[in-house]
Design a protein around this ligand. Structure first.
Ligand SMILES: Cc1cc2nc3c(=O)[nH]c(=O)nc-3n(C[C@H](O)[C@H](O)[C@H](O)COP(=O)(O)O)c2cc1C
Length: 182
């Protein structure tokens, strides 16, 4: 097995949950992005970034765009999760608007996260309540997948996390190892 690490940036826990599952299934280390310095990445052959979408921005985008040149000789895989169900157009837009074309061509996977107004920071809760009110006014109009998820969740606590979302990523990592052994 190649030496690798899953690094996560998680505010309320779903990206951390996915990162720990991926690390366990692929026998990799797992670290909070806050606790790792860019120089430490030289110890690894595989690096998996795990984060979440906030207002269409991926939580680790700043770090990755800034440091990509220093780690691009590694096998890099991206995963992010959000409240929205998977939608190809939304996924492609998020990838395109967050990452350089070089990063966008890496293997990238998506899963659903969690939603809990009670646990949110004050700012996130205010923002989320405003969004819910705005979307609720769109009566009769077609809602985007993310807006539909908002209307489904509202003030409920919902956990959509599921190991099925990481299966394709785990296969991708295991194939990397197989290739090495051939
Ligand atoms: C202020 C705010 C904005 C969000 N924006 C989006 C979004 O644009 N698309 C989406 O699918 N989910 C969105 N979400 C949902 C988060 O991606 C989801 O809660 C995720 O599980 C958070 O992961 P984390 O706890 O690991 O940071 C948003 C959540 C909050 C609080």
């Amino acid at each position: 097995m190649k030496k690798g690490v899953v690094v996560y940036k998680s505010k309320y826990g779903s990206s951390k949950w996915y990162a720990e599952k991926i690390a366990y299934k692929c026998n990799l280390e797992c670290k909070d992005l806050k606790q790792i310095k860019i120089d430490n990445f030289k110890n690894y052959e595989i690096i998996i970034f795990c984060g979440a979408v906030y207002a269409s921005g991926v939580s680790y985008k700043k770090f990755l765009n800034k440091n990509f040149d220093k780690i691009k000789d590694k096998k890099i895989i991206l995963f992010f999760n959000g409240a929205s169900p998977y939608d190809e157009a939304t996924f492609n837009n998020v990838v395109k608007s967050n990452f350089s074309s070089e990063i966008a061509s890496l293997p990238i996977f998506y899963g659903r996260g969690m939603w809990d107004l009670e646990k949110m920071s004050f700012t996130h809760r205010v923002l989320s309540k405003m969004l819910i009110k705005m979307v609720a006014k769109k009566e009769g109009k077609e809602l985007q997948p993310w807006e539909q998820a908002l209307m489904e969740a509202k003030d409920k606590s919902i956990n959509w996390t599921d190991e099925k979302y990481i299966e394709p990523l785990v296969d991708c990592v295991l194939k990397l190892d197989k290739k090495q052994g051939e």
